[in-house]
Design a protein around this ligand. Structure first.
Ligand code: NAP
Length: 306
């Protein structure tokens, strides 16, 4: 398949830099996102704006989406009024990179197949930094030949794309990722809380530990942000709650118990109830300063950060 034109839907923290890399790589980019202001920079750089997923997808060889929640995914791809699949030509490949429900991926695949359109589910990992630096890992489900046809596109976005089997399996692999990330954010926060309480140089502590057995993506990427009191997203708490709910929904269907994920869901739910849903996931640290945690030491963050 000779891929020339790519439709790209969803230009947020992740989508904007990803679409930018594809534009720089020489693809003709058709773009659409809910808030047009977020597309202006890409339009200036040569991407072509369209007013709906339907129009954006027309005549494209590949259409990519990375929007917020499963309901956004459903609307973008399957809306009977202006959904992308309705606009796509036969044989074109749609790739949903949103972290979404495995069952919804199967539903979209079947809906598209009946119209001669191919679909992959391909959530990503690597965070906002991975999107900016084109170092994402792509976790893909769907037909192997479609996955292979997308290799040149995936290569622009990051060094690793893995095929996990049939449609929906990319989302299951991403759920595994989020399950692991949930506990590593807890350990990063608790390491910093403890170091601070003990009077250690916190920056020195996390920099040193990063090179050993405690090293993790959370410690490396989010530890320094926590120390600076930078709780901007990054990866939004509201999105992480969505991801934990996806994992827990699959667990409940399959009779699997994951107490660590349950705990993370409770803590992040409390932070959302405190009005922190739009902060980054590193704001889990605020949980340790909240009235939910008995604590007798110096405040961990200043009052205006709470
Ligand atoms: P984000 O900044 O909120 O971006 C999502 C974008 O999609 C927003 O610009 C939003 O528009 C747009 N959008 C939502 N619904 C739409 C619709 N129906 N039609 C058109 N555009 C729509 O979120 P993000 O951080 O880029 O994350 C996107 C997805 O990737 C999420 O599922 C997230 O869980 C996943 N993810 C995020 C990260 C991360 O580190 N940020 C890492 C891996 C995976 P508005 O601007 O109007 O809201």
């Amino acid at each position: 398949m000779d891929i020339k034109k790519i439709g790209f839907i969803g230009l947020g923290v992740m989508g904007a830099p990803m679409a930018g890399h594809l534009l720089k790589a020489g693809y003709e980019m058709h773009i659409y996102t809910r808030t047009k202001a977020k597309a202006l920079e890409l339009i200036e750089q040569g991407a072509k704006w369209f007013d709906s997923p339907f129009e954006c997808a027309q005549d494209c060889d590949v259409v990519i989406s990375i929007v917020g929640f499963p309901e956004d995914v459903r609307q973008v791809w399957m809306s009977p009024i202006n959904g992308a699949i309705k606009g796509m030509k036969k044989g074109a490949i749609g790739v949903d990179m949103t972290t979404s429900l495995p069952d919804l991926a199967v539903e979209i695949y079947n809906f598209a197949k009946a119209r001669g359109v191919h679909i992959l589910d391909c959530p990503v990992t690597g965070g906002d930094i991975g999107a900016k630096n084109a170092t994402l890992t792509m976790l893909c489900g769907g037909d192997k030949e479609d996955f292979e046809a997308l290799a040149p596109v995936f290569k622009v976005l990051g060094p690793r794309a893995e095929h996990f089997g049939p449609i929906g399996n990319g989302q299951l692999a991403k759920a595994c990722n989020q399950i692991a990330v949930a506990s590593s954010m807890f350990s990063t926060c608790e390491c910093i809380v403890f170091a601070k309480r003990m009077g250690l140089d916190v920056e020195q502590t996390i920099n040193t530990l990063q090179g050993g057995a405690a090293g993790s993506f959370s410690l490396k990427s989010y530890g320094p942000r926590i120390i600076k009191g930078d709780f901007a997203p990054g990866f939004k708490i509201a999105h992480f709650i969505k991801d934990l709910d996806i994992a827990l929904k699959v667990c409940s269907h399959k009779g699997i118990s994951l107490p660590g994920v349950d705990l993370a869901r409770k803590a992040y739910g409390m932070l959302k109830d405190m009005g922190h849903g739009e902060l980054g996931t590193q704001a889990l640290y605020l949980f340790y300063s909240s009235s939910m945690m008995p604590d007798s030491g110096e405040p961990l963050v200043s009052a205006d950060q709470m």
